[in-house]
Design a protein around this ligand. Structure first.
Ligand code: FES
Length: 114
């Protein structure tokens, strides 16, 4: 099974295995570390994944703990909003980096792409 996040990975970045898909709850985010960088991985109802930098650029809130739907995540601290596919801010904050995430043989792979 493969569920690409739709983000082109930067050349030279290898996919990092961050655990089994079963560790990622549907409709929620989970913070993982990829090459020393905190990344929030979100699992959608159709098992598609999205991945963004995990630290909110406003004041360091944990984006993996934010409310999420198919399109956006809302920071739990001050409710700023980012587009999951691109990392673009929908609320006037700084953008966050979006990363590529996919499922291969039941494992979640993330490639830094921002
Ligand atoms: S810390 Fe995320 S919106 Fe303020």
């Amino acid at each position: 099974m493969s569920a690409l996040a739709g983000v082109a990975a930067a050349p030279g970045h290898l996919a990092v295995d961050v655990g089994p898909l079963t560790d990622f709850a549907v409709g929620e985010g989970r913070a993982v570390v990829v090459a020393g960088r905190q990344v929030a991985v979100f699992r959608h109802a159709d098992d598609r994944l999205s991945a963004l930098d995990a630290v909110c650029p406003h004041a360091g809130g944990p984006l993996a703990d934010g409310q999420v739907d198919d399109r956006v995540v809302v920071c739990p601290l001050h409710l700023a909003v980012w587009e999951l596919r691109t990392g673009r801010s929908c609320s006037g904050q700084e953008d966050v980096a979006a990363h590529a995430a996919e499922v291969v043989d039941g494992r979640v792979l993330v490639r830094l792409g921002g």
